[in-house]
Design a binder for this molecule. Sequence first.
Ligand code: AMP
Length: 171
Amino acid sequence: MDELKRIIRDIPDFPKKGIIFKDITTLLSDAKSFHRMVDLLAHRYLGEKIDQIVGIEARGFILGAALAYKLGTGITLVRKPGKLPYQTCSINYDLEYGSDSLEIHEDAFKKGDRVIIADDLLATGGTMAAVFELVENIGAEVHECAFMAELEFLNGRSRLPDGKVYSLLKL
Ligand code: AMP
């Protein structure tokens, strides 16, 4: 685990002054680390009844697709406005730096589908809290929110329901 943590690179003052950006591209591009990260996360859900993975644009697609493949499910995309071609439901949310909205296809799930929402990093929790609500609004049940890493000092998990958050690496 320490090895996985060490390979994530800190970029000070990106995208603006005062933010220490956690660059996970170094973990993704290292074959051993990438495989280990995906295997460890997937292992947690083997044997659970999971119907679908939800990936959040853009880095959540990478973990989401890998998890879906491992667990034998499909992946549903949550995207920035105007990118999804069919009818969508949308939600506004706050970021650590700015605000935005996200969309999902309104027919993405069957009622009661159990899903895992995947993203790269839990920071303030604003993005995941919004996607959690979006996914439940269109009828799915969130089994857990899965992250490669979590910035613990921001306490993002306090914005999400107890017991519904898992991160592999605590930063
Ligand atoms: P938040 O809504 O604050 O939990 O932020 C979630 C999203 O913003 C994640 O998907 C991250 O990709 C990105 N993000 C926020 N803060 C950072 C950071 N310090 N380093 C890298 N990515 C970040």
